[in-house]
Design a protein. Sequence first.
Length: 327
Amino acid sequence: MNSQAHSSDLIADRPAASGIPFVLFARLMFVATSFTAAAGEFAVAQRDDRIVITHDGTLVAHYVFQDPKILRPYFAHVRTPDGLPVTRNHPPVAGTDPADHDTMHPGLWLAFGDLSGRDFWRNKATIRHERFSEKPSSRKDELTFATESALIGTNGDALANLSSQFSLSSRPNAFLLAWDAAITPMADGFYFGDQEEMGFGVRVATSISEKNGGVIRTSEGLTSAKATWGKTAAWSDYSGILSNRLAGVMLVPDPKNFRASWFHNRDYGLMVANPFGQKAFAQGEASRVPVKRGETFHLRFIAFVHSTATNHPPDLSAVYNTITSGK
């Protein structure tokens, strides 16, 4: 896949893949390609189902808030500052990508396999986007926006509200994406269950998966999916070689979260920071985290999307110390 983003890259899906009528597709192309961004700043092109984020004219990611197949918001087409795609093609490209979990692993996401017995990971329940409570706003070299979503159960019952605050900032050879989530139950008996499929996840580009030479490493000095699976860590990174660069994604659970995260890491490209899988990761009895109706439960996660020369890998421990200190 070409490592550089061109203007056509701002279109997520070609008409044949998305089912978008040609007239609408042409209109969306005009909106995306006619948008002019100031040099060195973030910019946003609004679509009916997503916002397309660029930096200095280069694609950064799509934030998709409405998808008939994936019933929760997510980031797709995530790229480094030099245009390298670090998340799997979405949808997967036949002959290039494995097609497994195509509607569960779209790029970078927050989802839960068990909220009061409802499954928001496998698209059996819906995190429905309601509105942008704060429109995308660029200040200096940071983009911020906020959304309100409703957590709707399989039978259409309203379980909770989700308020998400996003910030995206530019760092040397990297982007820093923070997702601050506040969940407020609307019904009695609400709880977070115990599964592998809970929390903040990424499906990395096929070419940097462990199966294709990529490396997983954690703050504890462990490497490989086998060694890191089910272990707690301050951070976990998944990186590999793309266009003669070392590129990847580091996931950082905020140390102020209610509990440390276990990592659900797989050699085919999956990495998930999960603070809810105590029994699932063979670390104790089944965990149930209740939240009372009307109370608000906070989670915050950070993704560090990076690209460096292969002989100058990032000091991930230093990165962690910097971003968790608020610098």
